[in-house]
Design a protein around this ligand. Structure first.
Ligand code: PEP
Length: 255
């Protein structure tokens, strides 16, 4: 059985103090919950605060981005070797980075490869825009993003992918559970073509886009959905705790 992940993407939110408070609140409410991996992804300046607050716990820390080069003249960037040892996970290819910071399938591919080589665990994001879905291009877009993003990469067992339809992120308009399940099934089938059926069956594919405590149980009970990448609802400890607990329950109830 695949162990689901609830990963909180805190984006450009929190302060040093609120990051520490949030970590402590999440720790109190979820450290003992098993059957689900818990990941928090604060902004870069607060990663060591989160790491120190969560040291020795079952809650893992992730970054929100990484550069593919080891070091060099890349003003403002952070390399995989700087993150290794500080975090376990790293979000790569989030649609906000693709839309606002010119990330492409090619740069995302370089980042995933570099992160894996450095021993980091990517959460590789894919997802169609509203216009692409309305034009009937969802499958084509997802398969292209998976193929190019993972091209030439030996996908490890348990690798994490997040299916995040762009139209659902931060809009309060989540995909329906069957819709997300169908898209994730397409992604898993493409991973099987690239990496083989056994790896594809082990890969955790999260849904992201307006996940809340009100819809997480239904999403998590779908056969293909292995947890969530969560923005807004991960910024409140009680809400994050509820997401984790409901995801663990949904996973335990799966056949
Ligand atoms: C995200 O940031 O990846 C996300 C899905 O945000 P939200 O949960 O707020 O839609």
């Amino acid at each position: 059985m695949r162990v689901p992940i609830i990963a909180g993407n805190w984006k450009m939110n929190t302060t040093a103090a609120s990051c520490a408070d949030l970590c402590r609140g999440i720790l109190q409410g979820t450290d003992g919950v098993s059957g689900v991996e818990k990941v928090v992804c604060p902004p870069f300046p607060f990663l060591s605060i989160a790491r120190d607050c969560l040291k020795g716990s079952s809650i893992r820390v992730g970054a929100q981005n990484v550069h593919w080069a080891e070091k060099g003249a890349y003003t403002g960037e952070v390399s995989h070797s700087m993150l290794a040892g500080l975090v376990e996970y790293v979000i790569i290819g989030h649609s906000e980075r693709r839309a606002y910071f010119c990330e492409t399938d090619e740069t995302v591919n370089k980042k995933v490869a570099a992160a894996l080589a450095a021993g980091l665990k990517p959460i590789f994001c894919v997802g169609e825009t509203e216009a692409e879905r309305e034009a009937g291009r969802t499958e084509e877009v997802l398969l292209r993003q998976v193929r190019l993003g993972l091209g030439g990469i030996q996908v490890p067992e348990g690798f994490a992918i997040a299916y995040e339809p762009v139209w659902a992120i931060g809009t309060g308009k989540a995909a329906t559970a069957p819709m997300a399940n169908e898209a994730i099934g397409l992604i898993r089938a493409e991973v099987a073509r690239l990496a083989g059926a056994a790896v594809a069956q082990s890969v955790r594919i999260l849904y992201g886009g307006s996940v809340t405590p009100d819809n997480v149980a239904e999403l998590g009970s779908q056969p293909e959905i292995d947890g969530g990448l969560v923005g807004g609802a991960s910024l409140d400890a009680d809400s994050f705790i509820s997401l984790v607990r409901q995801t663990a329950e949904a996973a335990a109830a799966k056949p």
